[in-house]
Structures are given as structure tokens and as C-alpha cells.
Design a protein around this ligand. Structure first.
Ligand SMILES: C[S@@+](CC[C@H](N)C(=O)[O-])C[C@H]1O[C@@H](n2cnc3c(N)ncnc32)[C@H](O)[C@@H]1O
Length: 440
């Protein structure tokens, strides 16, 4: 271990805790998952799987994982019934506490562990905008968003300054889970140990400053914001917040009353109100600071709505016949049809990857449903087909399933939970599970 790092941790933790910390670095990392309450409740998930029921203190629906591997390829994971997440990472959204109906921004969102948690708490009300700058990671974010079943989430692949330009003073709550030097990843990731340097800490602090200012620009007066990192360096945490509060006197820190972690370090601006979580506290490591913007200005957001084209008749007919309930909002753009529980907002200057739920598209006068129509937890598809365990494996590999049944579209299910879609020609179920997701 880098000697410089050892010295820094010693001055942060003191001798006794420092010894515990370095001893823990050589043990197995804590792993966890959250039950996706958009699709299933805790008891039903435990009845369906072999997952153990040991709760973490960090989230209402958060549990520890013990030894199980390969869970990502199980039908329950593919159906989006749970999301694997480092246990303490769920603390940031617990502290942000998004409430139903709110407009929420997750500014640095990939791969989506916190976005999916926000989506669970919004419970398909309000709006979630999930932004990620890295295109490949934004693709993974989109997959996770689709799998989670959320029907209120817009996915952007933009630099945070473009997000700030598109959504000035727009959000009730903002999560700024900034890129960092990743000291909280050292137990699970050898690379994080090797790449650590003081220069990395300073480089991250400079990027975080810019991202935090952009997060601030997106927040409504009266709105709340969480700044979080998975690192321990004060330059990226308390010192970052202290400097931010000096630049933005209309922001203040809020004490956090939770049964986990420990008070943060005291710098100007009551940074001790924030929480630090170390491996000794039951997770890998996080810093979380809750702030609020003063509510004494009359700034109104200038973000506008997208005008929809007329819904093609074939799409309107298909959706009316096949969905158990209609989406409150619909958007038709050049033959592509979206549904959502929130109005569709413009995101000028941003690269938009998804407007809420992509339902499908019109092709030569016919409506072709998209995978997301089946995975959404909103308007469940009426026609369902239940597959055997063996058929589920074949479906997830992209194979055709022989079945005599009425022609038409079906939601393909594993024990009642939807995996994706298929089209029957009367004898065969043609597999519509996306090629990119198929198991090899
Ligand atoms: C700590 S990770 C986010 C983890 C995510 N919130 C989660 O819980 O799944 C930080 C993310 O910020 C992204 N990022 C890096 N620089 C950025 C920038 N300038 N603007 C927006 N995102 C950025 C990284 O690509 C990375 O995906």
C-alpha cells in the first residue's frame, strides 16, 4: 500500500481505526442488493429466490449478499426484480429522500445503481432525469433503467454543463454522485489501490468543483441536493463542500439523522453534518452531504415541453388493445412512440438517449412493439405466456420456442414476472429478446 495513502488514513482515522481499516482491506468486500419495489415486494422476492434476508442499515429495501455469484444472469435479475449494489452506495439516495411527484436529477448516473433506487422511491410518479457523460456507460445505464421498469425516466448522455443549460433551476432534488479517486473501492478493486496518488485526488477535486456548480444550476430555490463520493480524501469531500458553500451563499448543509456511518470532518459551513461511511461501518465507503438551496428567489425554469406529432393509428390501436392501462403522456416523434407518467421535456443541447418508455415504432403502417414496452412496470401487457425453467434459458439465449398458441404478441414470463416480448405465428414463439442482452 502506498505510504502516502497510509499516512493520510492514519491522520483521518487515528491509530486504532486505521489498523482496523487496513486489516479489513485484505478481507472480502461487502456485497449487496436492493429489492426493486417497482416490480416485487421483499417477501415475494425471497420466496422466489435463494437470496438471504440480512438487511443493511443503508436502505429500506437493501440486503447483504453472501457468496452468491453469477446472479446477474438469473431470470429474477433479468426480470429486474433486484439490483446488485455495494451496500453503502444506497445511503446517498436514502439521505436525498426523493418524494413522490418530485422532479429529480441524477447528474453522474452510470451504471444506474442510484438512479434505479430513486426510481423505486418515486414509484412511477414525478420525473427522473439520469445523466452520464461517458457514452458506453450511458448505454449500460439505459439497459438498467429499462430493466428496472421505471416509466418516468429520461436518460441523457451529456456533459454536466449541457444538462445545466437545458434544465436551469428545474429540479426539486439533485444527486451529484461525483467521479472520485475511489478510495472506497480499494477492497474490491486492486486497480483502485494501484492507481491512487495525491495527484489523482487533486485532479478529481478540480473536476468535482465544476460538476457541483452545474448541479447547483439545475436545483430549484428550496430544492435539496446530495453530494456524494466513494472516497475518503477531505479535498474531495468536506473541503470541496466548504469551498462550494463559499461560492454559493444561498446553499447550506443540513444535519443528517441516520443510524449509519459517522459525522464528517468539521470545516467551515458545518461540513460535520455530512456522513462518512468506512468499511468498519458495514459498507465499502461513502461520503454523503445533504444541502438545501434558499427559497427566497423568484427564478422560474425555462425548460419547455416537446410537441408530439399525431400518434399513428396503428400504434394507438395496438396500445389500446394490449396494455392494461394507458400512459398518462404519449409522444410520437418520426414514427417512434414513447409513453410516460410525466410530460416530455426538451433537453436542448443534450444528447438524449431515452424519453421515458420507448413503446415501439411504426413500420410500413404496422406497429412494432419495443423491448421496453414489455419491461415497463406501468401498463402491463395483457397477453402473457409462462415459460418452463428450460424454456426461460432458451429464451434468454435468443432461441425460438415451439408452442401452439394464438397468433400475436406476448409478454414472456418467468413465474409471472416479465422477461421480454415474443411474437407467435401459431406454432412458434419468435424471440424478440434484444440481441445485445442475450446470454451466451
Ligand atoms: C461515481 S460514478 C457514478 C455512479 C452512479 N451514480 C451509480 O451509483 O451507479 C461517477 C460517474 O460520473 C461520470 N462522469 C465523469 N466525468 C463526468 C462529467 N464531467 N460529467 C458527468 N459525468 C461524469 C463517470 O463516467 C461515472 O459514470
Amino acid at each position: 500500500m502506498n505510504e502516502e495513502y497510509r499516512k493520510r488514513m492514519q491522520s483521518l482515522l487515528g491509530e486504532k481505526d486505521c489498523q482496523r481499516y487496513f486489516a479489513l482491506l485484505d478481507t472480502a468486500p461487502r456485497r449487496g442488493f436492493r429489492v426493486n419495489t417497482l416490480k416485487i415486494d421483499d417477501d415475494s422476492l425471497f420466496a422466489l429466490t435463494h437470496l438471504e434476508k440480512e438487511k443493511t442499515p443503508f436502505a429500506k429495501n437493501g440486503y447483504y449478499l453472501h457468496g452468491e455469484t453469477g446472479l446477474g444472469a438469473t431470470p429474477a435479475a433479468v426480470a429486474g426484480l433486484f439490483y446488485m449494489q455495494e451496500p453503502s452506495a444506497s445511503a446517498a439516495v436514502t439521505i436525498l429522500h426523493p418524494e413522490k411527484g418530485m422532479k429529480v436529477l441524477d447528474l453522474c448516473a452510470a451504471p444506474g445503481s442510484k438512479s434505479t433506487q430513486i426510481a423505486e422511491m418515486l414509484d412511477n410518479t414525478g420525473l427522473l432525469v439520469s445523466n452520464e457523460i461517458n457514452t458506453k456507460r450511458a448505454g449500460i445505464l439505459l439497459e438498467n433503467i429499462e430493466r428496472s421498469g421505471t416509466a418516468n425516466t429520461m436518460v441523457l448522455n451529456s456533459d454536466t454543463k449541457h444538462t445545466a443549460n437545458a434544465f436551469p433551476a428545474f429540479f426539486d432534488a439533485v444527486l451529484c454522485d461525483a467521479p472520485c479517486s475511489g478510495e472506497g473501492m480499494m477492497r474490491k478493486n486492486e486497480e483502485a489501490r494501484r492507481q491512487w496518488s495525491e495527484k489523482l485526488v487533486y485532479d478529481c477535486a478540480s473536476l468535482q468543483k465544476e460538476i457541483l456548480d452545474n448541479a447547483y444550476a439545475c436545483l430549484k430555490p428550496g430544492g435539496r441536493m446530495v453530494y456524494s463520493t466513494c472516497t475518503f480524501a477531505p479535498e474531495e469531500n468536506e473541503m470541496q463542500i466548504s469551498a462550494f458553500l463559499q461560492r454559493h451563499p444561498d446553499m447550506h448543509t443540513i444535519p443528517i439523522d441516520v443510524p449509519f456511518g459517522r459525522p464528517a470532518l468539521a470545516c467551515s459551513g458545518h461540513t460535520e453534518y455530512a456522513r462518512r461511511i468506512y468499511p468498519m461501518d458495514g459498507g465499502e465507503g461513502h461520503f454523503i452531504c445533504l444541502m438545501e438551496k434558499q427559497d427566497d428567489t423568484e427564478i422560474s425554469s425555462s425548460t419547455g415541453l416537446i410537441k408530439s406529432e399525431q400518434l399513428p393509428a396503428c400504434a394507438a390501436k395496438f396500445l389500446q388493445e394490449n396494455l392494461e392501462k394507458p400512459y398518462p403522456y404519449m409522444l410520437s416523434v418520426r414514427g417512434r412512440i414513447y409513453g410516460g407518467v410525466s410530460p416530455f421535456y426538451q433537453a436542448d443541447g443534450c444528447r438524449l438517449m431515452r424519453h421515458q418508455v420507448f413503446l415501439g415504432e411504426e413500420r410500413n403502417g404496422r406497429f412494432e412493439p419495443a423491448h421496453n414496452l414489455f419491461t415497463s412496470a406501468w401498463g402491463s401487457f395483457k397477453n402473457k405466456v409462462e415459460l418452463s425453467d428450460d424454456e426461460v434459458c432458451r429464451y434468454l439465449r435468443g432461441e425460438v420456442i415451439p408452442r401452439a398458441m394464438d397468433r400475436g404478441w406476448y409478454a414472456v414470463c418467468f413465474k409471472g414476472y416479465v422477461l421480454g416480448g415474443a411474437h407467435s405465428d401459431g406454432k412458434m414463439l419468435k424471440n424478440k429478446y434484444p440481441k445485445a442482452l442475450r446470454l451466451r
